[in-house]
Design a protein around this ligand. Structure first.
Ligand code: NFS
Length: 675
């Protein structure tokens, strides 16, 4: 091992591994890091406390007369709230500004990712790059109509299928235009249930184009512009919808068309997927444009032979964060861990290269990499690191495969430079990942009706109590994976089927909840029976965070299948981000709320300093969109808030007592509005 140069001596305190994570491999690597004097996020979290005023959401630094800080008085607001900044901005205004700037950051990150995918898709369609091909033409045909692109053409009175290349170019052009078109609204909004579209229109929140909504947040939150928290939130909602039903959804779809629509596959999860006798390459970040190429390069015989020539047994690719989910759901590449394990993967001493692109990448990776032989490679023009041990290989879709091979070669060459002291934790779990709207239909719909009928039937008869989306990050202020796993277990124990994405999905995989076998161990009798009959896990891995758009579409399919109301807000369903930390989570939360979902966040929300604005999100939102925010740090209470909401919706639907399976005939179905 190279000389240890990390600055652990400046850290006043060390984290307690047992208090830091529920995962044994994380605890083991954290202990090793501390033995080696390599500082990690866990130590920094016990050393540096968060700012109490920032946590309350009421610090305004949008102009140079500030920062103005408006802490809540110790005994709360008595009478009129007289707090104001130098310009007179109230706590509500400041808190709402901060909140929607988080939405802008999150929507920008997701949507810029989507834009890059759309640009690459168009280049591939036009034949300007040969490394990307259309892998799923059926999905292309399915999405074309939403962009107003015809899939047939009439020649001399005869209707014929249109050339696939022509369709792809037209879809690519329309998709790229969604970021900046000058009239109309985002095309994909029409995929939502009609009553929801009507609500958005009535509330005046239909997003016009992705970029405009994000820019307008920056304008409105500039000093002296929008000073009404309701009007600020209107814009926050527009931008969030532009993310969920726009940038993210387009990103997911075009990735599926380019790289293949996921279908369930088997893999493993956790740091134990790394192999001591293999070249270990870890892809980390979000955009699958490069990682897809690295998968292809690492699996090529040429590169495998090259690795063998250097004394390795092969190349082991694994992932961290949402890039992990992207390559997992399409190729079965195993995730090495969640967001909080990124430093730990290097601390194994076995990571020959960590290849990063954008989002959720710790700058401290460079300091940790310095302590080992690991090559840290940045690849994206918008995400570089200042430390001089970081290699920058700028990825370009026009010579994507060339770049990928170069990176894999660097990793292989670096294998020979490993130190002797390699410790890879043994822990890993088996998992099934790669569900999507299409595969849920296949597994739970049945080919006869071709929709979500079986799922709906099981919800109506009470075997499945409801649906939960559990998503989002890890946060070093909470115990790693504890909230995710406790909440998910509590939900499935109570017969709530869970759809999961992002780091939550990786956590579920690490802790064995993504296997059909886990149903018998952890589920209530109803959900266990359904899972065992159909052969699915009780927790379905739907991909990365941009793939939360899959959850929106799955919910829409459930509405369409009938019998559970007319809109997403009628469904016995709830959303959760137990260990959230990123601005993207706030954007996701708001587009779920504005799509009618009761959405509970864990840890805390930066709203405590502005109780009126907080109430607006936690109560009034429901009157506008049918969904609302909530926050509950205690994971068991958190799950039960979701279950209580699900039960409330079951009651409203009149299915709260129908816990015994009743075989339905046609008349029953008609009565439920399913025919
Ligand atoms: Ni989502 Fe993915 Fe993980 Fe959180 Fe970061 S990786 S986009 S933001 S930390 S789930």
């Amino acid at each position: 091992m190279a000389e240890v140069t990390s600055k652990v001596d400046k850290v006043a305190k060390l984290a307690d591994p047992m208090e830091s994570s529920i995962d044994a491999s994380t605890q083991e690597m954290l202990r090793r890091a501390q033995r080696l004097n390599v500082e990690t996020v866990f130590d920094r979290a016990v050393t540096m406390k968060p700012c109490a005023i920032g946590m309350q959401g009421i610090c305004c630094k949008n102009c140079a007369m500030g920062p103005c800080r408006l802490p809540l008085p110790k005994d709360g607001i008595q009478g009129e709230d007289t707090r104001k900044g130098l310009c007179g901005a109230t706590a509500n205004t400041i808190c709402a500004r901060n909140f929607i700037r988080m939405i802008a950051g999150g929507a920008a990150a997701h949507s810029d990712h989507g834009r890059n995918v759309a640009i690459t898709f168009l280049a591939a369609a036009r034949g300007e790059t040969h490394d990307y091909k259309i892998k799923d033409p059926i999905k292309l045909m399915q999405i074309a109509p939403y962009f107003g692109v015809a899939t047939t053409v009439e020649v001399d009175g005869v209707v014929k299928d249109r050339d696939i290349k022509e369709i792809a170019i037209a879809v690519g052009e329309k998709a790229v235009a969604e970021w900046g078109k000058t009239s109309g609204t985002i095309d994909y909004l029409k995929r939502a249930p009609q009553p929801l579209q009507d609500k958005w229109a009535e509330a005046g929140v239909l997003p016009r184009n992705v970029d405009r909504e994000i820019v307008e947040i920056m304008h409105r939150t500039h000093m002296g512009v929008d000073q009404d928290f309701r009007n600020l939130m209107k814009q926050g909602t527009r931008a969030a919808l532009a993310d969920g039903w726009g940038g993210s959804m387009i990103g997911t779809d075009l990735q599926d068309v380019l790289f293949g629509t996921p279908s369930p596959l088997q893999a493993e999860a956790n740091l134990g997927v790394m192999k001591e006798d293999h070249v270990n390459i870890i892809v980390h970040g979000h955009e699958p444009l490069l990682s897809e190429m690295i998968v292809a390069a690492a699996q090529s015989q040429e590169m495998i032979d090259y690795a063998i020539s250097k004394g390795a047994k092969g190349i082991q690719l694994s992932g961290i964060c949402c890039t992990a989910n992207e390559v997992l759901q399409r190729h079965g590449v195993p995730p090495a861990g969640t967001f909080l394990q990124q430093e730990l993967a290097i601390i194994t001493g076995a990571c020959d290269a960590m290849v990063v692109d954008v989002q959720c990448i710790f700058q401290n990776l460079a300091n940790v990499a310095k302590c080992f032989h690991t090559k840290l490679i940045t690849t994206h023009p918008i995400a570089r690191m200042e430390q001089d041990n970081v290699l920058h290989i700028e990825f370009d879709e026009h010579h994507a495969m060339e770049d990928a091979i170069r990176i894999v070669k660097i990793a292989v060459d670096n294998f020979t430079k490993r130190g002797a002291d390699v410790i890879i934790p043994r822990h890993k779990s088996a998992q099934i990942a790669g569900f999507g709207v299409e595969s849920i239909r296949y597994h739970l719909g049945g080919s006869f009706r071709g929709d979500y009928y079986t799922l709906n039937d099981n919800i109506i008869n009470g075997r499945i109590r409801g649906i939960a989306g559990v998503v989002g990050c890890n946060n070093a202020r909470t115990k790693h994976n504890d909230e995710h796993i406790t909440i998910i277990k509590e939900l499935i124990k109570n017969d709530v089927i869970v759809l999961t994405t992002g780091c939550s999905a990786i956590a579920a995989g690490m802790h064995g909840l993504l296997t059909p076998e886990s149903a018998a161990v952890h589920c209530g009798p109803g959900l266990a029976e359904v899972c065992e009959t159909v052969g699915i896990p009780p927790v379905l891995h739907l991909g990365s965070c941009v793939d939360n758009s899959r959850i929106l579409l799955a919910a829409t399919e459930v509405v369409k299948a009938g019998g559970l109301g007319k809109d997403i807000c009628d469904l016995p369903a709830a959303g959760s981000a137990p260990e959230w930390m990123s601005e993207k989570a706030i954007s996701i939360g708001q587009y779920f709320v504005a799509s009618g979902v009761y959405t509970v966040f864990g840890y805390h929300m930066p709203l405590e300093g502005a109780p009126v604005f907080k109430d607006y999100l936690y109560k009034d939102m429901e009157n506008i969109f049918g969904g609302k925010w909530d926050c509950e740090p205690d994971p068991v209470k958190h799950a039960h808030k979701m279950i209580a909401h699900i039960d409330k919706k079951r009651k409203e639907l009149g299915i709260d007592k129908a816990r015994d399976r009743v075989l339905m005939d046609m008349a029953d179905r008609q009565a439920l509005g399913m025919e």
